[in-house]
Design a protein around this ligand. Structure first.
Ligand code: NG6
Ligand code: CA
Length: 507
């Protein structure tokens, strides 16, 4: 008896110091990539022609999910959900935003960043934003840009306002355009041409990268963009060094905050279009620009992990690697990716792509690495990025205010690999909503086009939207490629899922 008590006390004493601040307050780095498909990271597929050794190492030492989803098949809505814990389709104006859009998350709203702030973390957003900036009039590019990430929980930011294919082609640092010369003010317009610089429609001969569709407005650095811009010459980014610049910024933040808990939202431009790799990576993948920027992305991940190791904070940093939507090869530019795709399958075994209701639209890479707490494993649990907010709230033991993050559910045990429990249901958004529950995927009937053909797309299959004018039902655990529509055989399940989706849309 005594011996047993002694042992119990001894074991308790051993574990007490471990559940210290470092167990509940790890540093958190969310590597949120752009348009990276499930099959674009080599650890997710049997054989890959584009190696991603640094990302693979995170998977080998951590948890690799096979059934994790962003909420939407495009960027802005997925990021909105990630930050707010609210499904984007509940709120108007959360579709893909132009580069001069107003902030869509109201100042002071509780977000993933303000959660960490409340828990005593230092927080920073680096890289792609695409959630709008400024008030109703949009951002004041030549003054103080507010609201900015600062008003929703980020102590610091160094961001690409929207996308690299959208103007303005400048970085915003702590509410101001970085390196702006006040004598060369920026003007941005999404309707009418402004300034004297040529557009891609006027001067296709000046383009260093051809177009397949869109991107025919102002030419910046030899690349046609969406939207018109003038001025701000000293502030314009250099496409070849975007990855380097934002990664260095992230590395500096880690160095500066190595001794306190920090939350870093590191949102890469890679591998979105335009894909302009640094000369170090250009031509290195043998798969065109898309392959090259995958190598570049992997290198950036390697730089982050190397620094964490050097600073001896790797063990106590929780790193998530994921993506904002599924992959696409032709998203508007002729960059050699299509011709050189070879046997590479960006979506892995899944059907569809970015923009699609099929699984490839939202089923993305998701890796969680936390050396001091997570054991290496593969998780097949159905998981949604929308649950990160509530799960992290549980981890850092901080309350979510009443009414905030209405769709976020605490799935911390799943996130840490202590449970493989599926989310009860998962709603996916593309041009409409679909739902997964208990291994079934239901796509409501829809009259939209079944395919979107890109005008000059050559051999690539068109985007399969997933639209069909009859219900679709797939048994995902037996048919991950969504080939066999079982709706006619299981009208009861169709009815049940249809009702479930409708009920979730209402509350
Ligand atoms: C589309 C763009 C595409 C990409 C996408 C947003 C055209 C023809 N296509 O409208 O290139 O920018 O928007 O991608 O302009 S996302 O990953 O930010 O959602
Ligand atoms: Ca994206």
């Amino acid at each position: 008896m005594f011996f047993r008590i002694f042992i119990t006390v001894f074991v308790l004493l051993l574990t007490v110091p471990l559940i210290s601040a470092s167990e509940t307050k790890p540093n958190v780095i969310l590597i949120y990539t752009d348009d990276v498909g499930f099959g674009d990271v080599s650890c997710n597929v049997d054989k890959s022609e584009i190696p991603t050794p640094n990302i693979d190492k995170l998977a080998e030492g951590g948890l690799r999910f096979t059934n994790a989803h962003c909420t939407s098949a495009t960027c802005t809505p997925s990021r909105y959900a990630l930050m707010t814990g609210e499904y984007p389709w509940r709120k108007k104006g959360t579709g893909v935003l132009p580069g001069n859009a107003s902030a869509i998350i109201a100042p002071g709203r509780f977000t993933l960043a303000s959660l960490f702030q409340k828990a005593g973390y230092r927080t920073k957003a680096v890289g792609k934003w695409h959630l709008g900036l400024g008030g109703n009039e949009g951002p004041d590019w030549n003054g103080i840009i507010t609201p900015s990430p600062k008003e929703i929980g980020f102590d610091e930011h160094f961001i690409i306002p929207a996308t690299v294919d959208r103007v303005p082609c400048v970085f915003v640092e702590n509410s101001r355009v970085a390196n702006l010369d006040p004598n060369d003010p920026i003007s941005v317009d999404y309707q009418n041409k402004i300034g004297n610089e040529p557009t891609a429609t006027e001067r296709p001969d000046l383009l260093k990268m051809g177009l397949t569709h869109g991107h025919n407005n102002t030419i910046i650095n030899g690349i046609g963009r969406i939207g018109f811009m003038s001025g701000g010459k000293s502030a314009r980014w250099n496409d070849e060094t975007i990855a380097e610049v934002i990664t260095n910024n992230a590395l500096d933040f880690i160095k500066d905050n190595q001794s306190k808990p920090f939350f870093l939202y590191y949102a890469t431009h890679d591998i979105h279009v335009p894909r302009v790799p640094h000369p170090k990576f250009a031509g290195k993948s043998g798969h065109g620009a898309r392959g090259d920027v995958i190598l570049q992305l992997d290198d950036c991940v390697g730089q982050i992990t190397a620094l964490l190791k050097e600073l001896k904070i790797f063990d106590n940093t929780l790193i998530i690697f994921s993506s904002d939507n599924g992959p696409i090869v032709d998203d508007g530019y002729l960059d050699g990716s299509m011709e050189n795709i070879g046997n590479h399958k960006p979506a892995g075994p899944y059907r569809g792509s970015k923009y699609s209701k099929f699984e490839a639209g939202t089923r993305v890479p998701f890796i969680v690495h936390w050396n001091s707490r997570i054991k290496p494993a593969v998780s097949n649990a159905l998981f949604s990025q929308i649950d990160l907010l509530a799960s992290f709230a549980a981890l850092v033991q901080t309350d979510i205010p009443e009414g905030a993050a209405p769709d976020s559910i605490n799935a911390l045990p799943v996130l840490l690999g202590e449970s493989q429990r599926d989310r009860d249901y998962n709603i996916e958004q593309a041009s409409g909503l679909t739902i997964i529950s208990k291994g079934w995927k239901y796509i409501p009937p829809n009259n939209g086009p079944a395919e979107i053909k890109m005008p000059k797309m050559g051999g690539e299959k068109p985007v399969e939207t997933g639209n069909l004018n009859v219900p679709q039902l797939y048994k995902l655990d037996e048919d991950i490629a969504e080939q066999k529509n079982l709706a006619a055989e299981h009208p009861d399940i169709v009815k049940e899922l249809d009702a479930l989706l409708k009920s979730k849309q209402q509350n």
